[in-house]
Ligand binder design. Structure first.
Ligand SMILES: Cc1cc2nc3c(=O)[nH]c(=O)nc-3n(C[C@H](O)[C@H](O)[C@H](O)COP(=O)(O)O)c2cc1C
Length: 334
């Protein structure tokens, strides 16, 4: 029998197939179904900075009738009215989930600025979450804002959140950084116990008839695995933080690749939304079968075995790979 257990953020998980933040965890039944399907852990859908701020603005409006700020914020974030339950319900759901399931529950906060809203990190801890994931989703449109300043704001935010909680903290990042290994090291230094690579940016679309910018959520495919796979392989063994791989994990092969690159866990959303939570069990079974065929005894044994440090050709993860890939395409044309 192969050993599928893995350690992530100091938590012992029965397998590395974790449910990523998604609408499935918005209801207790959904969380229970993820455990029943065999998930190693569940990352809750996110509580957004805007939701927390909006609630405090609503309170402010109630206390000081006549202020316009609440109305403005409602038009600015119209979707939040429908997005999900409020902050208190979020905490209650974590509390109930912890009483209902045995697998670790990871709370998720999504925001960019330091401020009062990060008190919710502590509240999520108090609600019983085993760990916290901080999703920093920021699109820098200000040309006066330098990369250095932006990175510093990430580091400061992580420090502030770290100061709020004792539970392990993971930071979910976008792939768009100039010098990711340097930032990754600084975030670990600021108190992140894990990095979740990568947040999948939902790209807006343009409606050419109504002339509106429309949100457009397209689910991922396995092709998107390559980007986080490369960076997990490069970062493995270089920073003092666990690595979780998300974006494009759809099959047992994808999970196995992630482990070999150096991930402690994989996090899935699109596959579960497309084909149901039962896919978790199928993926775990397929993984087990593959490992038996290829005589691996444990996930631990394969972890990082194809990281940049471990492979015979480290340059394959760098610029050389680009040239090789182009050459291989030329050969196809011959
Ligand atoms: C409908 C939907 C809702 C999501 N909600 C959240 C969220 O609340 N917080 C978060 O950090 N990520 C959220 N994500 C991102 C996923 O957790 C995941 O990181 C991303 O989709 C990449 O994984 P995938 O390729 O398996 O979909 C959401 C994704 C989808 C498709």
């Amino acid at each position: 029998m192969v050993d599928l257990t893995t350690t992530y953020l100091g938590l012992q998980l029965k397998n590395p197939v974790v449910a990523s933040a998604s609408p499935i965890s918005k209801k207790l039944d959904g969380i229970r179904s993820l455990e029943d399907a065999g998930a190693g852990a569940v990352v809750m859908y996110s509580l957004f900075e805007e939701q927390i701020v909006q609630e405090s603005l609503a309170l402010d409006h109630y206390l000081n009738r006549g202020t316009e700020s609440y109305a403005e914020s409602l038009t600015y974030f119209p979707d939040l009215q429908h997005y999900n339950v409020g902050p208190e319900d979020y905490l209650n759901l974590i509390h109930k989930a912890k009483q209902t399931v045995n697998i670790p529950i990871i709370g998720s906060l999504n925001g960019v600025s330091t401020g009062g809203w990060i008190d919710y990190a502590r509240k999520i801890e108090q609600a019983g979450a085993d760990a916290l994931e901080l999703n920093v989703y920021y699109i820098p449109t200000d040309s006066d804002l330098s990369g250095q300043e932006l990175e510093q704001s990430y580091v400061d935010l992580v420090k502030d959140v770290r100061a709020q909680v004792n539970i392990p903290l993971a930071v979910k990042l976008s792939p768009f950084f100039t010098a990711l290994p340097n930032l990754a090291g600084r975030l670990a230094g600021a108190g992140a116990n894990g990095l979740v690579l990568f947040n999948r940016f939902m790209q807006p679309d343009l409606d050419i008839e109504t002339l509106e910018v429309t949100p457009n959520l397209v689910l991922s495919s396995s092709n998107e695995l390559r980007l986080p796979l490369r960076w997990v392989a490069i970062l493995y063994g270089r920073i003092q933080a666990d690595l979780a791989l998300t974006s494009g994990v759809h099959s047992a092969q994808d999970v196995l690749k992630a482990m070999m690159a150096g991930a402690s866990v994989t996090m899935l959303a699109s596959e579960l939304l497309q084909h149901g939570v039962k896919r978790i069990g199928e993926i775990v079974t397929d993984m087990q079968a593959w490992m038996e065929t290829f005589e691996y005894q444990s996930v631990q044994q394969m972890k990082g075995s194809m990281s940049q440090r471990a492979v015979a050709e480290p340059a394959a993860f760098e610029r050389a790979n680009y040239m090789k890939a182009l050459t291989s395409f030329d050969n196809r044309l011959k």
